[in-house]
Unconditional design. Sequence first.
Length: 181
Amino acid sequence: MPDASVDNPGRWFMVKVVNGAYRIVIRLRADWPTDGDIASYATAVSIGWSYVSDPGEIKPPGEANQQTIDFEAAIDELSMGNGHSYLMAVATGNGLKEWVYYTKDRVHFMERFNSLLSGKPTYPLKIQFYDDPTWKVWMNYREAYERTGGEPAARPPGVPADPGAGWFGRLQKRFGFGPGG
């Protein structure tokens, strides 16, 4: 059964993170989904697409950029309103494009993912799952938005807080730049 937020795609923002020659642009859902069962979405799914780019370039070059756009369009059904997953962030830069989803069930997510990509080209993807009941992966991106002056997202009932390390250090590790990379 589709979730209650099918008509509410949430508020989305663009956040730019700069560290010297490295730049990352994050398309970020700034608020929690209004799903009454949000605490059951305790698995983060990171779908990464590595690409070669010149220093300072954010997007994948030429055809690779179009392929990432086509890929995202093909799996759009996983973004929301399906009762099992939400797209929460898309980050691009430093040779990596990453989509971050939250799902109730990784097996069902992958079944739908594979079904939606049936007949499509093979994409150079790395998929990782994280047991993440505190939504730490999304909060890494969310904190980047808050540091630029964005409003904090109120944590919904049932989703515990996680006092993790600093947001920028986590982004450095994830995207492989700076002292942590």
